[in-house]
Every structure is written in C-alpha cells, then in structure tokens.
Write a protein that binds this ligand. Sequence first.
Ligand SMILES: *Cc1c(COP(=O)(O)O)cnc(C)c1O
Length: 432
Amino acid sequence: MTDPEGPKYGFDTLQIHAGARPDPATGARQTPIYQSTAFVFRDAEHAAALFNLQEVGYIYSRLTNPTIAVLQERVATLEGGAGAVACSSGHAAQLMALFPLMAPGLNVVVSTRLYGGTVTQFSQTIKRFGWSAKFVDFDDLDAVKAAIDDDTRAVFCEAIANPGGYITDLDAISDIADAAGLPLIVDNTSATPYLCRPIEHGATLVVHSTTKYLTGNGTVTGGVVVDSGTFDWSANDKFPSLSQPEPAYHGLKFHETFGPLAFTFHGIAVGLRDLGMTMNPQAAHYTLMGIETLSLRMDRHVENAQRLASWLEQDDRVDYVTYAGLESSPYYERVAKICPRGAGALFTFAVKGGYEACVKLVNALEIFSHVANLGDARSLIIHSASTTHRQLTAEQQRAAGAAPEVVRVSIGIEDVDDLIADLDQALSKAVS
Ligand SMILES: *Cc1c(COP(=O)(O)O)cnc(C)c1O
C-alpha cells in the first residue's frame, strides 16, 4: 500500500490495513503471530539468493519475520516513508538510526529537550563507541548552525519534546540540516504520525518508541526506524556504510543497489544481523493491535489533555502549566504548523508548595499512576525531582524541565471529569 504518488487511503484506513493482507496459507484475516525462528528455503539456489540480498524473503527472525514485516510496512506508510526497521525498544531504534551514519570521532547535534533516557544514552553511553553528542537549544537556530562541524553526521530532536509543552520547529531545523548536507532524525514518539508527520517537514529518518502511544496500553517495549527514502547518501564521502562497497556482502553498495530502500536494507542486513536488537513477533502483534485504534485514542488523549491543562491553569493551587495547546504557551503558534491535530497529551505543571507538595500530590492521586512511563491509555504522573532526576542539583533539574515544584503528566483516555476530580482531591491534600 506504499504508493509513490502518496497514499490513496486516509489515515484511519491505513492504520488498520497498511502492510497486511489475509494470510496466504490460511486466509486468517488478522495478522498471524509467526512464532518461528527460521524459515525453510525452497532449495539451495533460493537460499543463496536470499543470503546475497538478490531476493527478499524470510531466513531467520533476527533479520526478518512476517509479523514484524507487517508492522514495518504499516508504520512506514503512516509516516509517509519508504521503509522501516523494527527493533526491540525505542532506545534500540535510536542506536540503529545512528549506527550506519557514525564512526569513532564523529558527532551528532542534538536538542537539549529530550526524553531523560535519551539524554543519558547520548551524553554517556555512545561515548563508548567513540561517538559524541553536542547538546544545543533548538530554539536558538544560530547555535544549531554553529554546533555543526565537519565531523557531524546527523541532527536529532523530538517533535513534541519531553517533558512536554514544547514543539520543535521542524521546518527551521530541517533547513539547517539540509544546508549542511546532513540527515535530520526526529523522534516522533510523543506526537505519533497522527499528530505530526516529520517527513513532510523535512526529516530524513523518524524513530519511535512503539512502547508508548503506538502500542498504547503499556504492554510491550519496541522501536521503529522509518526512512523517508529521500536522502542522497552518495552526494559526498560522509556516509561510506551506505555509499561504499560493503565487504560482508561481496562489495555490494547499498545506496546504488537499493536506492530509496538503502537505509532500510542496511538496517536489516547489517544492523539487525550484527547488533541483534530485534523485535519479537509477539510484541509486533500487540503493537499492530494498538495501531488499529491510534487516531481514535490520540483524539481523546488530546481532548482530555486540553481540558485538564485549561482547568489546572485557572486553579489557585497551581503556579503555571506548560502545554503547547494553551494560548499562554510560547509554542502555541507552532502547534498549528507542526501538529495540526493537537499538541499531544504530555505536559508539566508547577504546584504551589514546591517539592513537598508534589510528593503529597503524587501519593494522594487515585486514578493517576505514579510511573516512569508515558503514552499509556491510563493517566500517568511522575515527580521527576524525587525520582528520575533525583541525582541532579536543583539547577540541573530546572534546566531539564524537572524543577522541584514541577510534576509531569501523561494524560490518558479515561473520563475527563474523573481525572479532574482526582487531581482536585489530591491538590487539596497537597496544598493547604
Ligand atoms: C520512551 C521513550 C524513548 C525510549 O523508548 P524505550 O522503548 O523505552 O526504549 C525514547 N524517546 C521517547 C520520546 C520516549 O518517550
């Protein structure tokens, strides 16, 4: 269903059908869970063609699997990309996106507004590979330009960024990446392709933690890298993994051979083959089930978040609310441009009474769960200063959007009046 002229079906149709056909062996209408590690070759010639990448098919589930292939095609279609590679988690997807681009001594220019785990992955762990990340305020376009140097190989940001209330100006950032001849990688986890389509704003690659809204019910971890198929990897010698002969495949050049599918084929044939961060078919099944209702859930997430943010903003026990869907937000104008269907369901608010009041609030809530997760059907809250950001100084907490008086919420799809009542009773106990 990936039509180069653009999908002929609407989002609600594609989220159910893209990539899936009735099972050729049994006629099963829902995508079966192909719980098999290996797949039988027709004969020795077939096996050789598969191993040489001359024919596409199933060999071994570390590389490809029919259930996972449906998920890959579905997410690629919803994002408007050429292809996708599914992986074991969102963090795996981030490494899989960077892996073909990077080498020791090279760097990636990244936004300061990122999921906490990504900050750790980029500031600490990738150093073990000899890679580095340069953190920049992506609202300061001159600083983004200045951070790019000869060793930069990618620019990375989130569309709706953690800890919420922030929208990245993807058009402005992709102009800068384009001018420097670099791919822009956008983490679209918090927005989903229903609210934001980064490729239409110039992104080269889109990464997802499918753990969140795409699956939508907090059951399995997973990730996806979607390739737009539009980047010219051979324009210069900066991306040898894609433009130069690959010794492990008899000198095959991925970009020359596979064109717009070069990044996807490399991700499977080299990335999954050698790094092994593979999704399992059960996880792909749960995620496919989730995606079938993505648009319905996202509409409700946004509607509830908008109602709750407005209610909190006029409440005397609350100092301020950072939600880009509120007119008071400095990012309100950007929502219409980048996320026309709404500003997502992730935001923070400051409680009068500071750290102590936040701890009491979190303890007193009945419907909201206190967890380090987001994008669940249920409403979630976290007081970062006493949990995920506990080891940081108050200054560092503030810079990360996790000031001691701030809580982050991920608004679910429950009855919004029940959510308001729950926050109301808990705020009364927290702020006296
Ligand atoms: C959760 C999350 C990740 C990491 O994904 P995992 O599936 O937990 O590995 C990355 N980026 C964002 C925006 C996230 O919310």
